[in-house]
Design a protein around this ligand. Structure first.
Ligand SMILES: Cc1cc2nc3c(=O)[nH]c(=O)nc-3n(C[C@H](O)[C@H](O)[C@H](O)COP(=O)(O)OP(=O)(O)OC[C@H]3O[C@@H](n4cnc5c(N)ncnc54)[C@H](O)[C@@H]3O)c2cc1C
Length: 420
């Protein structure tokens, strides 16, 4: 018998009345076994979700997640928590809409409060051409069963009167709204999936860095780790910003560069922004946490790095974007900032695919949009690992699209990872 039991309102009351003595750790801390059927490398959102769905939806057993640090210490606990499915292209929109639908039932599914909040997201437009592009995107979303609404200037002004509508260079002319978008408490997502996977018998092994991947006759046999060799029939790699490092163990060079992305949070303020706002004339986006802090971010730092911290020029750039969009943000004091390592792919879209090595599977290239993808990515990767066929919403996320020229370049930027 695994797990910490079912969480419910009744149990919270019972524990409150009995001195909170009945709570158990949310997951075990097992020692690695000699071998597993499936090993997932990386205990971030995607790795944990994959293990959870492998056990729950695909009936797989003898699964381990190997994490070099602690669960949730990577990007899953560092992002700005935005979820949405407002994509244009066929390769992307069904996948992200599948993800948003999974978010909508996630807390009941894994019995954990992840504070899924469909508070809405608004992409501002500032020119007629941008309005036309957003109209097209909104129509594509609706055709794929998502929700989208084009708002004019007055409608946006009624929502957020404090924005800089008459900015001489970038006047706000309206916005594309997705009301079902929003935010989710990011570390609770890692914890919810971890607890759900553990209760189904998955071994979550922390402080266990994978230092090599062993193969024999073109087939994977296991991984070398800081805690010794662990055998495996199948290995799934879901290490986000460390993708190139881990895949270099089998000599694979990926169409991915690693870059730092920073995020910022202000001191707590009274309720001001009840949704997510993205600036259409610069790279700046902002929401307000339930504690009151303005959570915001912008561009990646723009140079290759594996450091989970950034530099001052981007801090200045993000602050300028904020001042240009909502000048009163200059009165708020910054409380904290941090960075995470982005696995930026060459067309801005992810990869969920088999490799040329039998039994070795890859999930990565999430750029700075992989948090919203967590449920669908976990589900699709579990589908691939369990059945050896891609999930119907992830058929385009193949390695060979780069060789065949079948890019999924949502922004039409070309092979410029720093621009996606
Ligand atoms: C500042 C910031 C803001 C962001 N904002 C958003 C947003 O608002 N919305 C959105 O959708 N996305 C956002 N993202 C992107 C999103 O967070 C990532 O795309 C996503 O979290 C990546 O997947 P993951 O959760 O599995 O990654 P991670 O949590 O990074 O998991 C990968 C794990 O692999 C582990 N690992 C690495 N190497 C090894 C090894 N050799 N052995 C064992 N373990 C290893 C790491 O320690 C890590 O825990 C943001 C990212 C950042 C940094």
């Amino acid at each position: 018998m695994f797990g910490s039991g079912h969480y419910s309102g009744f149990r919270v009351i019972k524990e409150a009345l009995t001195g909170h003595k009945g709570w158990k750790p949310a997951w075990r801390d097992p020692a690695p076994q000699a071998a597993y059927d499936i090993i997932i490398i990386g205990g971030g959102g995607h790795g944990l979700a994959t293990a959870y769905y492998l056990a729950k939806e695909f009936g797989q057993a003898r699964i381990a997640v190997l994490e070099k640090g602690y669960l949730g210490g990577g990007n899953v606990g560092r992002n700005t928590t935005i979820i949405r499915s407002n994509y244009l292209l066929d390769g992307n929109e069904p996948f992200y809409e599948f993800s948003l639908k999974l978010w909508e039932g996630l807390e009941q599914d894994f019995n954990f409060n992840a504070m899924v909040s469909q508070r809405g997201i608004l992409n501002l437009y500032h020119t007629d051409a941008q309005r036309d592009a957003y109209t097209r995107r909104g129509n594509a979303m609706i055709l794929h069963g998502a929700d989208a609404e084009l708002l004019n200037r007055d409608q946006v002004k009624a929502m957020y009167p404090f924005l800089n509508f008459d900015n001489a260079r970038f006047p706000i002319k309206g916005g594309l709204a997705q009301r079902r978008g929003g935010t989710v408490r990011h570390d609770a997502v890692a914890w919810g999936y971890a607890r759900g996977a553990d209760s189904r018998g998955v071994d979550l092994i922390q402080n266990c860095e994978v230092t090599g991947i062993r193969t024999e006759h073109g087939r994977v046999t296991g991984v070398d780790t800081s805690r010794g060799f662990i055998g495996a029939k199948k290995v799934g790699v879901a290490v986000a910003g460390n993708s190139s490092r881990v895949m270099s163990h089998v000599g694979m060079r990926l169409p991915i560069e690693s870059h730092v992305l920073q995020a910022f949070v202000s001191e707590g303020l009274k309720p001001l922004i009840d949704g997510v706002i993205t600036y259409g004339a610069g790279h700046f986006y902002v929401s307000q946490s339930d504690k009151g802090g303005l959570v915001f971010g912008g561009d990646i730092d723009g140079y290759n790095s594996y450091a989970q911290r950034g530099n001052m020029p981007v801090v200045e750039d993000v602050a300028e974007g904020g001042m240009s969009l909502m000048p009163m943000i200059g009165r708020a004091r910054l409380l904290r900032s941090w960075g995470g390592i982005m696995d930026m792919s060459m067309d801005g879209s992810p990869i969920i695919d088999r490799t040329d090595i039998d039994g070795l599977y890859f999930n990565g290239g999430w750029c700075y949009g992989g948090f919203k993808a967590t449920p669908a990515s976990g589900w699709a990767f579990a589908h691939l690992l369990a059945t050896d066929t891609p999930h119907e919403t992830a058929t385009a996320y193949r390695f060979d699209r780069f060789r065949k020229g079948l890019m999924i370049d949502e922004k039409g930027q070309g092979a410029q990872p720093n621009l996606h």
